[in-house]
Design a binder for this molecule. Structure first.
Ligand SMILES: NC(=O)c1ccc[n+]([C@@H]2O[C@H](COP(=O)([O-])OP(=O)(O)OC[C@H]3O[C@@H](n4cnc5c(N)ncnc54)[C@H](OP(=O)(O)O)[C@@H]3O)[C@@H](O)[C@H]2O)c1
Length: 340
């Protein structure tokens, strides 16, 4: 990587939901970049994005636009990442990709820095950022796995529309307004109405009736935790919430794990905040925790239907830790490793 004081950073897909958040996170965390190049599709109109009191001109993403960049954060679709991510590596830079495209490739590290930063060693210029729901789930599973061993994980997600990008945010707004004025909610981004409704389908179905999102969570959880045979099963649901995903996670452990010990382990975990006082009505919700950097956990309680069972309610902002923040934290680790 280049001289740390003169890092050249790119954001591909800078005008989307994740890309805009990446720009915000880079600024908020004073990322040591000398220049930032913001890249998106080729549009006729001139577009500019604000960064550190300057306007950055949005440039078309082309192979040449990646020349000279040390780190490029990708917030593009799998189809676009497939073409352009390898171009970064070929030019001697490092790409941190948010799409699903490279996550399960054996040679590509799939990283949540608090959990498996060691996987970054020996990367070949491509690092994958995990799926948003996977990130928040593995953050709580890891400390429990270390203490008590995981026997089985069963989860159901409640995922916000910003997880699908800017077009889906607009769809929830428009449909909500239409329904409230007795009009018709016309689905476009989603297969069914999302306003005042929940859709138990995220991404395409496979031949077994699982969705790709559910398969992603299973495969990525096993890869990040380095537990290739862990029994994990998930139902992913889209809910009419703008930001932040919630997950009800049921964990069966190998050994005894009391809710008190689980609470203490999670409270000590970097990036995790416990908010769990039912007597006071304290537990995290999406609206109350959006735009925060932590993954919040509450409703930590025993499941006595199995010998060692525990329930958790896990909430995190999908655009922050679920995407942009995690990608920038990966970039920070790369810079730190380079400086040493
Ligand atoms: N949203 C989340 O919470 C989340 C979490 C984890 C991972 N991800 C992944 O991150 C990626 C981006 O998601 P998003 O939610 O930010 O989507 P989005 O809001 O739809 O943004 C898509 C971005 O891709 C750009 N783009 C589209 N076509 C392009 C082209 N031909 N060449 C260059 N850029 C192009 C768009 O630029 P224009 O403005 O020019 O169209 C825009 O900047 C996806 O792979 C998604 O699965 C999202």
């Amino acid at each position: 990587m280049g001289d740390q004081a003169k890092l050249k950073v790119g954001i591909a897909g800078a005008t989307g939901a994740v890309g805009l958040e990446m720009l915000r996170v880079l600024e908020q965390r004073s990322f040591p970049a000398e220049t930032i190049r913001v890249l998106a599709s080729d549009r006729a109109e001139e577009r500019r994005l604000r960064f550190r009191q300057h306007d950055l001109l949005v440039e078309p993403l082309t192979p040449e636009s990646l020349d000279g960049l040390d780190i490029v954060l990708f917030a593009t679709s799998a189809e676009i990442s497939r073409v352009f991510v390898p171009e970064v590596a070929r030019r001697g830079g490092v790409a941190v990709d948010n799409s699903r495209e490279f996550r399960m490739a054996p040679a590509v590290p799939l990283v949540v820095p608090e959990i498996n930063a060691h996987a970054l060693a020996g990367h070949r210029g491509i690092i994958a950022n995990p799926n948003c729901s996977t990130i928040q789930m593995v953050q709580v599973l890891r400390p429990l796995a270390e203490r008590a061993g995981l026997k089985r994980v069963v989860a159901a997600t409640y995922q916000s529309v910003s997880g699908t990008g800017l077009a889906a945010i607009a769809e929830l707004r428009e449909q909500s307004a239409a329904v409230l004025s007795d009009g018709d909610a016309v689905p476009d981004v989603y297969p069914k109405q999302i306003a005042f409704n929940c859709i138990p389908q995220i991404d395409a179905f496979d031949e077994f009736g699982d969705t790709r999102e559910e398969r992603k969570m299973v495969g990525e959880t096993r890869k990040i935790l380095e537990l290739p045979d862990l029994p994990v099963t998930v139902t992913c649901v889209r809910v009419p919430v703008f930001r932040s995903h919630a997950i009800a996670v049921n964990v069966e452990t190998e050994r005894e794990l009391s809710p008190e010990v689980a609470r203490a382990l999670l409270a000590a975990e970097a990036g995790v905040r416990v908010l769990d006082d039912p007597a006071e009505g304290d537990y995290p919700t999406q609206a109350e925790t959006e735009r925060t950097d932590e993954t919040w956990v509450g409703r930590i309680r025993r499941d006595d239907s199995v010998p060692h069972g525990i329930w958790l309610w896990v909430v995190s902002d999908n655009l922050r830790k679920g995407a942009a923040l995690n990608a920038v934290q990966i970039a920070e680790r790369l810079v730190d490793a380079d400086a040493r």
